[in-house]
Design a protein around this ligand. Structure first.
Ligand SMILES: CC(C)(COP(=O)(O)OP(=O)(O)OC[C@H]1O[C@@H](n2cnc3c(N)ncnc32)[C@H](O)[C@@H]1OP(=O)(O)O)[C@@H](O)C(=O)NCCC(=O)NCCS
Length: 223
């Protein structure tokens, strides 16, 4: 993720947006040295966008609940990429998460994690069994900028909705303009932000109730 912050700043500078690049840099520095601010988004299952406009025709998604069901080269890729989030792929599965892999023309192009409420140890607010927290997303570098984040998210949420999920939550660092844009394009609305202090304390600042998350709001300031 540290490499990605630098990449995002370079991309923003290349577009000539100096003030935005500076803001991303300062927020990234704040998250390393002081506290992390996570913009938190919600989408209700009944407001889910349809699959088709977002996904390219050769895009497919597979989910895994057991490490042994994943073929070894993919295990290696997932373990390595999730380690960049300081996460252990096998432990996530052992704790009840599902791992999702997006493939384009059969090649892995991105991944993410979902956990229903009872499998989330600690969050900014309590999550019920009908809530799913989506996290640990990455689109592999060669595939970025093609809307595959949204395609993966949408596919996952449709599948999870079929098994009873009614509300989805996702968050990203306030410096992460790329992630925030991908999340918003998928139909999520920002409902507030969580602060993760370096002493481990979590603080939740709600701006919109989750049940109103489908109503258009402009609560997200682009970094
Ligand atoms: C954030 C991330 C998942 C977005 O994936 P993606 O498939 O590129 O998503 P999209 O194609 O919808 O693009 C989303 C935004 O990313 C930015 N973007 C576009 N191309 C990009 C590229 N090559 N590299 C970085 N960011 C890019 C743009 O701001 C884009 O929004 P726009 O199209 O409205 O301008 C991806 O950049 C990534 O894996 N980043 C590293 C890990 C990470 O930040 N994960 C999210 C943790 S909360």
């Amino acid at each position: 993720m540290h490499g990605f912050k630098a990449e995002l700043i370079r991309r923003t500078l290349r577009r000539g947006e100096l003030a935005t690049a500076l803001r991303i840099g300062l927020r990234a520095l704040r998250s390393r040295t002081w506290h992390t601010k996570r913009l938190t988004f919600c989408l209700n299952a009944r407001e889910l966008p349809p699959h088709t406009p977002l996904a390219p025709p050769d895009f497919d998604v597979q989910s895994f609940s057991h490490w042994s069901a994943i073929e070894p080269p993919l295990q290696e890729l997932l373990a390595a990429r999730l380690a960049t989030f300081a996460a252990d792929a096998q432990q996530l599965l052992a704790d009840g998460a599902a791992l999702w892999v997006g493939r384009l023309a059969e090649r892995p192009c991105g991944f993410g994690v979902s956990r229903t409420g009872p499998h989330v140890r600690e969050y900014f607010f309590p999550l019920t069994p009908r809530c799913a927290l989506l996290s640990h997303f990455e689109t592999l570098r060669a595939y970025r900028g093609r809307g595959l984040y949204g395609a993966l998210l949408t596919n996952m949420m449709h599948t999870l909705a079929q098994t009873g999920a009614e509300r989805f939550y996702i968050d990203c660092g306030d410096w992460n303009a790329a992630s925030a844009r991908g999340i918003l394009k998928t139909g999520f609305r920002c409902i507030g932000h969580g602060i993760l202090r370096h002493n481990g304390r979590l603080v939740w600042v709600q701006e919109t109730p989750p049940c109103a998350a489908a109503a258009p709001t402009e609560t997200v300031r682009q970094p």
